[in-house]
Design a protein around this ligand. Structure first.
Ligand code: ADP
Ligand code: MG
Length: 481
């Protein structure tokens, strides 16, 4: 028989789903499906939510609906309590809130009350897999995250090659010339996401293949443990049975882990000979991976090295929009643009900024306006050394002149557009470290002489023309803001 608390929560879910209607199906899936009922204590239902932010979002947006539903199911004295999970390894925090009797109970500084989970690393550890040698077909927990899919890995010029190589590998693991496939980039640019996505896609297309994702650190630890337990043979045997092996962040082994690297070298050769796929990520290009075993390094160069670049502003906007859509959150275009133009370091920071913004707004119960975004993002950017880009300069100049930013790129010789282009070149020269050639290329595909000419023209006008002086001064202020 199904436990009572589950039944009650299922009833609630049914009512909530109806109340939200099909047009809010995504919101229902985002915010209600992940809730897990835990217990029914008299007329109090205790449910588990995945994060503090999650709980606040529910309270902010769905409190009335929840009150109504709880009342319907459990009567007027009905209550709902939340238990907040800190991360994958199910830990519950003592934070609870009660409703509806006391109304909304605001949590004082909730962040400080969260227990810190020191065992985070262990959350993904293999359940000691190599105690089953000799079994032909074994079920291996692939350790892939279901969220990092190829479908939600936004494509842009910055990652096109790597992404399509990834797709090719998933279609024909082990038999393309991309074996091994080496993905490299700076931090936060999508290596882990893409490697994981290739794993998921492979499993989808080839359910019979055994896929395994490990971090290089995990691999190293497992090897060390196997050494202590005298089971290195089992360890190697286990890895040699994998069809698609993904090792994340191999640069971690550089300059250390020599024995680990040797073990991996053997596994690599074995897998490669049997046309099994190997996917490696690294935050350095193969040429810069000093401290890695030369034999291993030369193996890595056998296949394809594909780098991931920082996304351009259009890709950043796409990534933000996708993220919002997945989370069922609405935000104005001006806000999305502001974030995309201002956070240009990497995707992790882009996401971080977005989450902080959403969290901020849900904490203070404020609408996400452009003003709030400005305050928040500027603080965010200050702490991570803001860099003004040519894209951003063009945007500010065009906004100021009420022109669409695309006009910089077209061939128009209209006075106002020529001026916008010249101003962009002038500020790009002044503020960024880019060369004249690069500035010209990004400002309508002009050569360096045109840029030089533009800088001189603006400088002269600034001396002689009051209107131009005002304009340059005001724009300058905007860049310093
Ligand atoms: P890396 O491993 O290179 O440090 P990650 O794969 O962890 O970077 O990416 C950081 C974050 O950015 C992840 O949340 C990831 O989902 C996201 N991300 C990176 N690139 C993209 C992309 N092209 N589309 C969507 N999300 C991305
Ligand atoms: Mg990573």
């Amino acid at each position: 028989m199904e436990e009572e608390y589950k039944r009650v929560w299922n009833e609630c879910l049914g009512v909530i789903k109806d109340a939200l209607g099909p047009e809010n199906r995504r919101a229902f899936e985002t915010w209600f499906v992940p809730i897990v009922p835990l217990q029914l204590d008299g007329a109090t239902l205790i449910v588990q939510v995945p994060s503090q932010f999650f709980y606040e979002y529910l309270e902010e947006h769905y409190i009335d609906l929840l009150k109504r539903v709880i009342k319907m199911q459990l009567g007027v004295s009905g209550m709902l309590k939340y238990s907040v999970v800190m991360d994958q390894s199910i830990r519950t925090s003592p934070i609870v809130t009660t409703l509806p009797s006391q109304g909304r109970q605001s949590v004082r500084n909730p962040l400080t009350e969260m227990p810190v989970n020191l065992n985070k690393e262990n959350a993904r550890e293999l359940p000691n897999p190599f105690i089953v040698p000799g079994i032909q077909k074994m079920r291996v927990n692939s350790q892939l995250s279901p969220n990092y899919t190829l479908e939600n890995f936004v494509e842009g010029d910055c990652n096109r090659l790597a992404r399509s190589a990834g797709y090719a590998v998933a279609e024909k693991p082990g038999t393309t010339s991309f074996n091994p496939l080496l993905l490299y980039s700076g931090v936060g640019l999508g290596k882990t996401h893409l490697a994981n996505a290739i794993g998921l896609k492979t499993k989808e297309l080839h359910p019979d293949k055994t896929v395994l994702y490990v971090t290089s650190e995990q691999f190293m630890q497992q090897y060390a443990e196997a050494g202590r337990a005298g089971t290195v043979g089992d360890f190697i045997h286990f890895y040699e049975m994998i069809n698609v092996l993904i090792v994340d962040d191999i640069q971690f082994w550089a300059g250390k882990a020599q024995k680990t690297q040797e073990a991996f070298f053997h596994i690599f050769n074995h897998l490669h000979q049997r046309n099994c796929q190997i996917i490696i990520t690294s935050d350095k290009a193969p040429g810069d991976l000093q401290g890695l075993e030369p034999r291993l390094l030369s193996r890595l160069k056998w296949g394809l090295g594909a780098d991931l670049q920082a996304p351009d502003v259009e890709t950043r906007k796409k990534i933000l929009r996708q993220k919002l859509q997945n989370d069922g959150i609405e935000m104005g275009d001006d806000v999305v643009e502001y974030i995309a133009y201002n956070i240009n370091t990497n995707v992790r920071e882009l996401e971080g900024a977005l989450i902080s913004l959403i969290a901020q707004s849900s904490l203070n119960r404020k609408q996400i306006t452009l003003d709030l975004t400005r305050q928040m993002i500027d603080k965010y950017v200050q702490s991570s050394a803001r860099e003004i880009t040519i894209d951003y300069i063009q945007k500010v100049v065009c906004d100021y002149l009420s022109l669409p930013v695309e006009s910089i790129q077209n061939t128009s010789r209209k006075r106002e557009i020529v001026q916008a282009r010249q101003l962009s070149m002038y500020f790009a020269k002044k503020i960024t470290k880019s060369s004249l050639a690069v500035i010209g290329m990004q400002c309508g595909n002009k050569d360096h002489a045109t840029v030089l000419h533009a800088c001189k023209t603006i400088e002269n006008l600034r001396q002689t023309d009051r209107h131009m002086r005002n304009m340059v001064d005001e724009l300058e202020k905007k860049f310093k803001e």
